[in-house]
Design a protein around this ligand. Structure first.
Ligand SMILES: [Zn+2]
Length: 157
């Protein structure tokens, strides 16, 4: 039985999202994250990855990256949230999505796909509406930089 349903997303109002089709226990594997395996060199060389932030790219190891930017990668519909209920796990060349807490039927699945902090973060606003939302799609470990930047900007004014 599929653990997910595809519906219009509550986070990304232009797109779709994946929702829990039943109550799901913490630790449950929900779906495989599919894609094409490419070399890290291809990522560096290809223009395809220049402007579009690597939200669908997962570095697998020193040599390979998984590019999940394909319509047949259903897990790619899972949206980013600053208060995510899922996370991605990987082994070898495989990646899958796991519940990191109990999820109720009908909840939208979310992951922390955030980018590392860089100059461009403002191009990617986050609309997850969670209490701890930092306003941008930046991964948890890097969000303090944005908070710091905000407080510094406020001091200047
Ligand atoms: Zn957010």
């Amino acid at each position: 039985m599929k653990l997910y349903k595809i519906k219009k997303s509550k986070i990304d109002n232009k797109g779709r999202g994946l929702y829990a089709a039943s109550n799901i226990k913490e630790g449950t594997k929900i779906i495989n994250y599919l894609g094409k395996i490419i070399t890290n060199k291809e990522v560096d060389r290809s223009k395809k990855f220049d402007n579009k932030k690597p939200i669908y790219l997962f570095t697998l190891n020193k040599k390979y990256t998984l590019d999940g930017d394909f319509s047949w990668n259903i897990a790619g519909l899972i949206n980013h949230s600053c208060d995510n209920n899922c996370d991605y796990n990987g082994k070898g060349l495989k990646i899958w999505i796991t519940a990191i807490r109990d999820i109720k039927k009908g909840e939208e699945f979310t992951c922390d796909y955030g980018f590392g902090y860089d100059e461009d973060y403002k191009q990617f606003p986050c609309k997850c509406k969670s209490k701890n939302c930092c306003g941008y799609i930046v991964r948890a470990e890097s969000r303090w930089r944005i908070d710091k930047k905000f407080s510094m900007a406020n001091k200047k004014n």
